[in-house]
Design a protein around this ligand. Structure first.
Ligand SMILES: *Cc1c(COP(=O)(O)O)cnc(C)c1O
Length: 389
């Protein structure tokens, strides 16, 4: 079975990382340096996760209200709540993964912070967004958890707002076991405040935690094997009567993925991926365009948007399945192709019908950096077969 996601590291990377420290060290210093280079932003802080980076950023931010896209990862609202902020959800005007400036207009009030999101790596209309926010006195933080490397009109996502945050989750471009992330800014005062929050709250992960994470990472690498993956899928999903581990529930206290400092051993796993960064980006962009062009005939699902400027770095290939999503999913699984479900559970009020329609319809095709031409052919065949019946 073609897995829904595979990590971008292997056994060798894990063996090399295992002896490294649970504290920051030379590898984490180098990852931070490389991120400063890539983003062209002078201040970078490595964090336990994307949500952990947002939590720190918001704790370092004045103002009580945070404006959040209604269709996004539920961890965004969770991080805002944990940071003591009130989330305000901005509904989408259409079934589009990214928001438009018009979606923000009713909510632009002085002192708020807007989390501008480049969903799944698709460039948002960020220039218009930052203009509208600036004139209203709204601070913009860019969520590039899924859009590291994406450009908008030639300029890198993450460099438009007052700060940005990214993620090294297993479903993103760059993967650390089992999460990681960063915040980045050009604002020295904001950075100092963020560093103070991090210093006060973050702690070194326990030995047990490190062993558990390395163990889980070994399992993830093992699951790159299609037969093992099939067995895992049966045990973890089919037999347990579920299709996703995602619950959508918001935590009320910060967990380890907020508080365990990003370790040198995790950075060691990230480093080789930054060497292969440009290559991975090219492959993902080409695969995205190939799938889009070969799947134009599909009628049961709607394809994701076109990357007209060839400047996005998609980390997902979401389709909207309008009718009987679970049945579609199960028939796909029966034909040897798994799907992901992010984001099926969202935190927005149910009255936000567009956001909930996207969440209800979304399915992710397998779309990781390891995808082979043969797997792509298989996927195209399976999806074409699913059109019948
Ligand atoms: C993945 C993701 C996050 C959260 O990142 P974690 O590292 O899992 O905390 C936040 N926002 C978006 C848009 C994401 O895709």
């Amino acid at each position: 079975m073609i897995p829904r996601a595979r990590p971008n590291y292997g056994f060798k990377d894990l063996l090399k990382a295992a002896p490294k420290s649970r504290d920051p060290g030379p590898a984490s210093a180098e990852v931070a340096e490389r991120l400063r280079d890539i983003l062209g932003l002078p201040y970078v802080l490595l964090t336990p996760s994307g949500r952990g980076a947002l939590y720190i950023l918001l704790k370092a931010t004045p103002g009580a209200e945070v404006l959040i896209p209604s269709y996004t990862c539920s961890a965004v609202a969770e991080a805002a709540l944990l940071a003591g902020k009130q989330p305000i959800f901005a509904e989408h005007g259409s079934l589009s993964y990214n928001q438009s400036v018009d979606d923000l207009a009713p909510h632009l009030q002085d002192g708020r912070t807007y989390i501008a999101t480049h969903q799944y790596g698709f460039g948002a209309p960020i220039e218009a967004m930052t203009d509208a926010c600036r004139s209203a006195g709204v601070t913009v933080y860019e969520d590039i958890a899924a859009a590291f490397g994406t450009r908008v009109n030639g300029r890198l996502a993450g460099t438009f707002g007052a700060a940005c945050f990214g993620s090294f989750d297993t479903t993103k471009l760059v993967n650390a076991p089992l999460k990681g992330g960063f915040l980045a800014t050009a604002d020295p005062d904001l950075f100092r405040r963020a560093q103070n929050v991090a210093q006060g709250e973050l702690r070194t992960m326990s030995v047990m935690r490190k062993m558990a994470l390395i163990g889980a990472a070994f399992v993830l690498v093992g699951l790159r094997n299609p037969l093992l993956y099939k067995a895992f899928h049966t045990l973890n999903f089919a037999w347990r009567g579920r299709a996703t581990a995602e619950s959508g529930e918001l935590r009320t206290t910060p967990s380890q993925v907020y508080l365990d400092r990003f370790a040198d051993w995790q950075a060691q796993v990230v480093l080789p991926q930054l060497d292969g960064f440009e290559d991975t980006i090219r492959r993902r962009r080409a695969n995205y365009q190939l799938l889009r062009s070969r799947l134009q005939h599909l009628r049961k699902v709607a394809l994701p948007p076109e990357d007209a400027g060839s400047e996005w770095v998609p980390i997902r290939f979401p389709v909207l399945c309008y009718d009987e999503k679970m049945n579609y999913y199960e028939r796909g699984v029966g034909k040897g192709m798994d799907f992901g479900f992010s984001f099926t559970k969202i935190a927005a009020p149910t009255a936000h019908v567009s956001a909930h329609a996207i969440a209800a319809g979304v399915l992710n095709l397998p779309f990781d950096a390891a995808l082979t031409p043969m797997e792509i052919e298989t996927m195209i065949n399976v999806l074409t077969e699913l059109e019948a019946a």
